[in-house]
Design a protein around this ligand. Structure first.
Ligand SMILES: *Cc1c(COP(=O)(O)O)cnc(C)c1O
Length: 365
């Protein structure tokens, strides 16, 4: 079986360094808010070309803390509208509604699966305070028009960079293009911890300071609390693992791009719609997502030929039971995407034989 994702194989590449790191943390007796986290925050800020980075417990918390900080700073208030692509992973929307902000679901562009800045102006109201853009599948979802709109309407541009570590836009790095970025280091992400972890990047000192307190009970000084905060810290052991894996991320992206480019040049089947790339540097290929009319049939055919695929994502957010109040929405592009998408195996540790096998099976479908 060709696995969709082989985390064992991915982490085996760094076996010695990861074990050395975990031994070091175990022996240190210091497990939270220590040297490893500070090092990781410095390393990751520098990788993202961002002034500040803050480690938090996971990607969802990174997003939740960003909105909560904007509320604490008086920049957003409950009931304000946040524009979000309707086809994102549910975490993006959970962070908005958790803060009692209102998600405004916008249909994505059917070619890039990302927010289309040409439709944004129509949905901006006097209540709109921000755009949560999601670099879905690893491709940057920001363009000059979006930046200009944010400027014109005084909107915060928040990046959900959970899938796009290292993707570039005009030399700027995912998470450091807009006002603030949320990052996830869930094990299956392009930069994955060995458990849950996340981060925030920003150049805004005020926002940084607020989130730094919010992630630690709202405390800026021990036993002094300025906010009713959370416990959302990034463990020393995960920070140590991330310090190891961050060194290899650019090599990993290169490996991903090689697989993606091989798929793009060699998959030839009129039943399959391939993803579109804006430019090579703007996509880090967290997922290689194709579309096909009869997805059940293609997925079964691939499985019969020992190829495991996944669906990102089978049910749109506005059809989820958790969001009953949005079940009435009609979002045909989003619904079509959820019906037709299929993600092929893609990683830097898949062998070229595996990738060739996948291509030849798809071409014979
Ligand atoms: C994974 C993911 C998240 C959430 O990250 P966690 O670390 O799993 O909480 C948020 N947004 C998107 C687009 C994601 O893919």
């Amino acid at each position: 079986m060709i696995k969709f994702l082989d985390l064992q194989k991915i982490n085996a590449q760094y076996n010695e360094e990861l074990k050395e790191a975990s031994n070091r943390i175990i022996d240190s007796g210091w497990y939270l808010l220590g040297e490893e986290l500070t090092n990781f925050e410095n390393n990751y800020a520098s990788y993202c070309k961002s002034q500040y980075a803050l480690g938090v417990a996971n990607g969802l918390d990174a997003l939740r803390l960003i909105f909560r900080a904007y509320i604490e700073l008086g920049i957003m208030s409950k009931g304000d509208e946040i524009i979000v692509p309707a086809n994102t992973y549910i975490a993006s929307v959970l962070a908005i509604t958790d803060n009692e902000l209102i998600p405004v679901f916008v249909e994505p562009n059917l070619k890039t699966y990302n927010l289309d800045s040409f439709v944004l102006e129509e949905v901006i109201t006097s209540k709109t305070k921000g755009i949560l853009t999601v670099h879905l599948y690893g491709q940057i979802a920001i363009d000059d028009k979006m930046l200009a709109l944010c400027n014109k309407h005084n909107l915060k541009l928040i990046e959900d960079g959970a899938q796009s570590h290292g993707a570039l836009y005009n030399g700027k790095v995912s998470g450091a293009i807009g006002d603030v970025g949320a990052h996830s280091f869930y094990p299956g992400k392009n930069l994955g911890a060995l458990g849950d972890a996340g981060a925030i990047t920003t150049n805004n000192e005020e926002l940084y300071t607020a989130i730094k307190a919010l992630r630690n009970y709202g405390s800026h000084k021990k036993y002094e609390n300025i906010y009713q905060g959370y416990n959302s810290r990034l463990d020393e052991i995960q920070a140590a693992f991330l310090n190891v894996k961050l060194k290899y991320i650019d090599k990993d992206i290169e490996g991903r791009r090689a697989v993606a480019n091989y798929y793009l040049s060699n998959i030839k089947n009129s039943n399959v719609i391939l993803p579109e790339v804006l430019d090579d540097k703007s996509h880090v290929w967290h997922l290689f997502v194709i579309r096909t009319k009869n997805r059940v049939r293609l997925q079964k055919y691939l499985l019969d030929n020992r190829i495991q695929t996944l669906i990102h994502y089978p049910i749109p957010i506005h059809h989820q039971e958790a969001y009953k109040n949005y079940n009435h929405l009609k979002l045909p592009i989003t619904e079509l995407i959820h019906k037709e998408v299929l993600s092929l195996p893609l990683s830097a540790v898949h062998s070229i034989e595996d990738i060739k096998h996948i291509v030849s099976i798809i071409n014979s479908y």
